[in-house]
Design a protein around this ligand. Structure first.
Ligand code: FES
Length: 126
């Protein structure tokens, strides 16, 4: 079923929690199952300095959130925008096919948080 990597991230999620004075916040719901995820980012000089997540979802959602925070931390916003659900699933050494939709949440929430930051900072016009 799950790879060791998924189980390990599920048992010891990295960067779980909330950033109170976040620069960008992205919340998405999964249309397939109704689960929800929020990602918070702190941005400094165009890089993701800090990132945390809150997930109301299944074990695969927890593991993918945990993994995406590790992948995105320290990256520029452009690099972080390019992280796909496939990258997350590969970093976790695969997800069971019925759980692939869960990795959408993490990738979409990260993008939503970056877009939120860009709107707030005036980097892009609404
Ligand atoms: Fe909902 Fe996995 S079953 S995110």
């Amino acid at each position: 079923m799950y790879s060791q990597k998924v189980l390990e991230h599920f048992r010891n999620p990295r960067n779980m929690g909330e950033i109170k004075d976040a620069d960008g916040i992205g919340t998405v719901g999964n249309p397939v199952c109704g689960d929800m995820m929020t990602i918070y980012i702190k941005v400094k000089e165009g890089r993701i300095e800090d990132i945390k997540f809150k997930t109301f979802g299944c074990g695969a959602a927890v593991a993918t959130s945990s993994m995406i925070t590790e992948l995105a931390k320290g990256k520029t916003l452009e690099e972080a925008m390019k992280i796909t659900r496939k990258d997350v699933a590969e970093a976790l050494e695969g997800l069971p096919p019925v759980k692939m939709h869960c990795s959408n949440l993490a990738a979409d929430a990260l993008k939503a948080a970056i877009e939120d930051y860009r709107k707030k900072s005036g980097e892009v016009k609404l």
